[in-house]
Structures are given as structure tokens and as C-alpha cells.
Design a protein around this ligand. Structure first.
Ligand SMILES: Nc1ncnc2c1ncn2[C@@H]1O[C@H](COP(=O)(O)OP(=O)(O)O)[C@@H](O)[C@H]1O
Ligand SMILES: [Mg+2]
Length: 218
């Protein structure tokens, strides 16, 4: 369960998240939509401990993540959360294997080869395991990102405009992958401005000016 209680967040003098409360419990695939600048990325980053609220409480499975020490933050990001970003953040000079393996080196996994192969199969990229990431298409790179996001078997996947740089065919592949992960028990929070993608989730939360404008179960 992800619970945000009375979250406020400002940058400089501008309040970008305004007393926002949100509980994600039953639904495994939730979309967050809203205009550019409405606070979607800020919200997702706070759930992922990439950023922190000025006030309010964020708890995940009843643990207050705002109180985490640096060590707990690192552990939480590595094991509990998988991040998927619009601009991939892969290491282009590494091959697919080494990009996907990074979280496993951090967590101390023993059989890295086996685990990397497992997740690459899940995203349909096992044949590319030795390819340099810079040689892959955008859609292929985003599938590698999803493999990297799930390699430590996190409970939560946070995807910030994962299809923002992709054509419609590749976008559909990525959304379907996220949907499959949700069906298999992961909690997926998808930030998107594409309503067709959002409609493939179970719930659409619309942000406007740092507040929840609507919250719709599908
Ligand atoms: N690091 C930052 N420093 C200053 N302002 C920021 C920062 N991050 C976001 N903002 C501002 O906060 C508002 C919300 O941004 P963001 O969460 O990125 O919105 P969205 O993802 O919905 O487009 C915007 O006005 C943006 O300019
Ligand atoms: Mg954003």
C-alpha cells in the first residue's frame, strides 16, 4: 500500500504539491495524468525517495519513508522500487547485460547471469543480451529499462512517461508489459499524458496545479 497524507512540496517560492492525500491499495495499475507542470513527476519522485515532501507523510506498506536514513533510502530504492524513466538513463557504452545487472551488483545477488536472463526473457530482449545499448532502438531500450527495474523483484514500479520518446507501436508494447507486471502482483504507478495509455490501467488520478482534480476507477 502506498499512502500519501497531506503532502506539500515547494520549489523556491512556488508550491507545486498542495496538501495532497492519496491511497493506492487495491489497484495494481494506477495512472497519474495531468497537464505539464501539474506535479506528476514531483509526486512520483517523492514516492520513490528521489525527492522529499516539505510536510506530510508518505508511507509504503505502513512504513514512513520520509523518516528513512540514507542507508534505508538506498535499500528502498534498490529493492522495493523499480524506476522507468522517459529518457531511459541507461549506460550507452555498456551492453544490455551490464545495464540490467547493475541493481544486482548493488543488492549482492549470487547468480547474476541467471537473473538477468530471466528478466530479459520477460521483456523479450534475451537475444540482445550482448548488444551495446547505443545500438538499440528506443522501444528496445525501454524494454531493457523495464528489465532493469524489475531485476531485484521490487513490489512497486514507478514509470514516468515511459512512452514519451516512443512511437505508438512501441508504446503499446511498453504499456502491455507494465500491465502484465501489474497482473502478476506488482504495483505499477504510471505517469502519462496519453489518455489511451491511462485507460489501460485500473484507476486514473488526474492532477491539476498540485492537487487531485479527479480520481476515477475504471
Ligand atoms: N527541481 C526543481 N526546481 C524548481 N522547480 C521545479 C523542480 N522540479 C519541478 N519544478 C516545478 O514544479 C512544477 C511541477 O513539475 P513536475 O512535477 O515536473 O510536473 P509534471 O511532471 O506534471 O510536468 C513545475 O512548475 C516545475 O517547473
Ligand atoms: Mg513530468
Amino acid at each position: 500500500m502506498i499512502e500519501l497524507k497531506n503532502i506539500c512540496k515547494s520549489f523556491d517560492d512556488a508550491m507545486v504539491i498542495k496538501d495532497l492525500s492519496l491511497v493506492i491499495e487495491k489497484e495494481n495499475f494506477v495512472s497519474i495524468v495531468g497537464k505539464s507542470g501539474s506535479g506528476k513527476t514531483t509526486l512520483l519522485n517523492m514516492i520513490g525517495t528521489l525527492d522529499f515532501p516539505d510536510s506530510g507523510i508518505i508511507s509504503v506498506d505502513n512504513i514512513n519513508i520520509s523518516k528513512f536514513s540514507q542507508r534505508e533510502i538506498a535499500e528502498y530504492r534498490n529493492r522495493k522500487i523499480g524506476f522507468v524513466f522517459q529518457s531511459f538513463f541507461l549506460e550507452p557504452s555498456f551492453d544490455v547485460f551490464h545495464n540490467v545487472a547493475v541493481p544486482l551488483y548493488i543488492s549482492g545477488e549470487k547468480d547474476i547471469q541467471k537473473r538477468v536472463e530471466e528478466v530479459l526473457k520477460l521483456v523479450g530482449m534475451n537475444d540482445y543480451i550482448k548488444k551495446k545499448v547505443s545500438k538499440l532502438s528506443g522501444g528496445e531500450q525501454q524494454r531493457v529499462c523495464i528489465a532493469r527495474a524489475i531485476v531485484n523483484n521490487p513490489e512497486i514500479i514507478l514509470a514516468d512517461e515511459p512512452c514519451g520518446n516512443l512511437d505508438s507501436t512501441n508504446s503499446a508494447i511498453i504499456i502491455d508489459l507494465l500491465k502484465t507486471l501489474a497482473e502478476n502482483g506488482k504495483k505499477v504507478v504510471l505517469v502519462t499524458h496519453d489518455m489511451d495509455d491511462a485507460r489501460k490501467s485500473e484507476r486514473i488520478v488526474t492532477l491539476g496545479d498540485g492537487m487531485i482534480m479527479s480520481d476515477e476507477l475504471l
